[in-house]
Design a protein around this ligand. Structure first.
Ligand code: NAD
Length: 477
């Protein structure tokens, strides 16, 4: 039985309740965590508030950066153990989990370096005056993260908050709480003062809701589903608290006839099968220009037929889905599309020897998918790719923008003018040209447009999101 981390102490839930943690590869319970509730969230928020009034709040930016750098080093030193924890918790291939931990360490490294580079400004003003813009921490920041990339999400949202001098309370997903608890241990050993970082484990509708609506928080960052995001934003609104929402996506890969198809092919495959498609930035729509549609989609189909899902130790292309509801949801999309007559162009396989009780789904390529079909417009959050032909640039833009989401897009073309025209016309938060970096690049500001959310994390912009600008007007005569 694990304990959670509040005020530098390892504690059970106030009422001693607990929750199981299941292995997605066989559905079996292998650990228990505290089922935190409102009283535990109260304690964590109070601890964070106290940290701001204590040694953490008094630390210089340079000292904070040094603590974050030690956390990064601690993560790197513990990388293999953390990767094993992450792989067990999520079912993802070990190679993917190892990469996730490298990215987690990189987040702390990046924001360690940034901590004392956040400088204010001065503004020319009336005679005899000087105006200063000060960047200050928001205070207590709340962070609610999903189960698909638990370690990466922690780094993405908590590292910039700490770099700015906030005190953080993290609510990991109930399915995947274990890497966060290990990182808390590492942070404590690295000298992070008590209360600066707290982890409350528990259910979304209990611990998560209590945290999002807590009157003692000053900011909430939420990554997850649209439904829970709406609940979090409403709770934040009641306290007039700033809220960053990172929700889903239906990201297009747009392949023009003049593209370097040899370069595009492996990246298109990886962008959907990575993490079994449970990636908000998964490249889940493949839009291909008419003259090369048959040939290129045929090559993608050959690649799909070679994909395989297996356990972390098998280290294949992907693992199982996270839990039973998720598996049923994704399999439901596949079954309904098949029954409705959408052609399956290829499917991958589930490796021999895996437990039948695991949450397995075969990677599946559909095409051509009708433009109004659910597979073309809704987020499946599984290894399912929808191929669709388009005519010309205008048609590609219309099709790419024809969902409620707007997170990421990739454009594959050798035409320089078209690269920039497409990048400008796409209603998304990030555009890749002749590449695709689902989740990559801690330096790159990231976030949604439309129903994919609002606010930006990653890069230096995250430091603006997680700070206040104070305007000081001085009259000196
Ligand atoms: P989810 O919304 O069910 O859960 C996410 C987190 O929110 C969990 O920690 C959960 O406990 C918590 N939560 C749930 N209900 C809550 C409530 N009422 N109040 C407060 N917290 C609550 O999402 P999920 O199923 O874990 O993740 C899948 C979804 O997340 C997908 O839609 C995916 O697109 C999205 N996602 C988005 C990004 C991004 O960066 N845009 C990244 C990863 C996942």
């Amino acid at each position: 039985m694990k304990r959670m981390f509040i005020a530098g102490q390892w504690v059970a839930a106030h009422d001693e309740r607990s929750l199981p943690v299941h292995d997605p590869c066989d559905g079996a319970e292998f650990e228990r965590i505290p089922r935190g509730g409102a009283a535990d969230v109260d304690a964590a928020v109070a601890a964070a508030r106290a940290a701001l009034a204590g040694p953490w709040g008094r630390m210089t930016a340079t000292e904070r950066g040094r603590v974050l750098m030690r956390i990064s080093k601690g993560i790197a030193d513990d990388a293999e153990a953390l990767a094993q924890i992450e792989a067990r918790d999520t079912g993802k291939p070990l190679a993917t989990a190892r990469n996730d931990i490298a990215v987690l360490a990189r987040y702390f490294e990046f924001y360690a370096g940034a901590a004392d580079k956040v400088h204010g400004q001065t503004i020319p003003f009336a005679a005899g005056h000087q105006v200063l813009l000060l960047r200050e921490p928001l205070g207590v920041t709340a962070h609610i993260v999903p189960w698909n990339y638990p370690a990466q999400m922690l780094g993405r949202t908590v590292a910039p908050a700490l770099a700015m001098g906030n005190a953080a309370v993290l609510k990991p997903a109930e399915d995947t709480p274990l890497s966060a608890l290990r990182v808390a241990e590492i942070a404590q050993a690295a000298g992070l003062p008590d209360g600066a970082f707290n982890v409350v484990t528990g259910l979304g509708e209990e611990a998560g809701a209590a945290l999002a609506g807590h009157p003692g928080i000053d900011f909430v960052s939420f990554t997850g589903s649209r439904e829970a995001g709406a609940a979090v934003q409403s709770a934040a609104a009641r306290n007039a608290v700033k809220c960053v929402l990172e929700l889903g996506g239906k990201s297009p890969q747009i392949v023009f006839a003049d593209a370097d198809l040899d370069r595009a092919l492996p990246i298109v495959l990886r962008a959907i099968v990575q993490n079994a498609g449970q990636t908000c930035t998964a490249g889940s729509r493949l839009l291909v220009q008419q003259p090369i549609y048959e040939a290129f989609v045929g090559r993608v189909a050959d690649g799909f037929a070679r994909l395989a899902a297996g356990t972390p130790a098998m280290d294949l292309d992907c693992g199982p889905l996270m839990n039973t509801p998720q598996q049923r949801r994704v399999q439901g999309y596949i079954d309904r599309a098949r029954a409705g007559g959408v052609a399956v162009l290829a499917e991958g396989r589930i490796a021999d020897g895996v437990a039948a009780s695991g949450h397995w789904v075969k990677p599946t390529l559909f095409g051509p998918v009708p433009r109004e079909h659910a597979l073309a417009t809704e987020e499946v959050f599984g290894p399912v790719l929808a191929a669709m032909p388009f005519d010309d640039e205008a048609d590609a833009v219309a099709l790419a923008n024809a969902t409620e989401y707007g997170l990421l897009a990739a454009v594959w073309t050798d035409s320089g003018g078209r690269q920039l025209r497409m990048a400008k016309a796409l209603k998304v938060g990030q555009v890749f040209v002749n590449g695709y970096g689902a989740g990559g690049g801690v330096e790159l500001p990231f976030g949604g447009t439309k129903r994919s959310g609002h606010g930006r994390e990653k890069g230096l912009l995250a430091l603006e999101e997680m700070s206040n600008c104070k305007t000081v007007v001085l009259y000196h005569g």
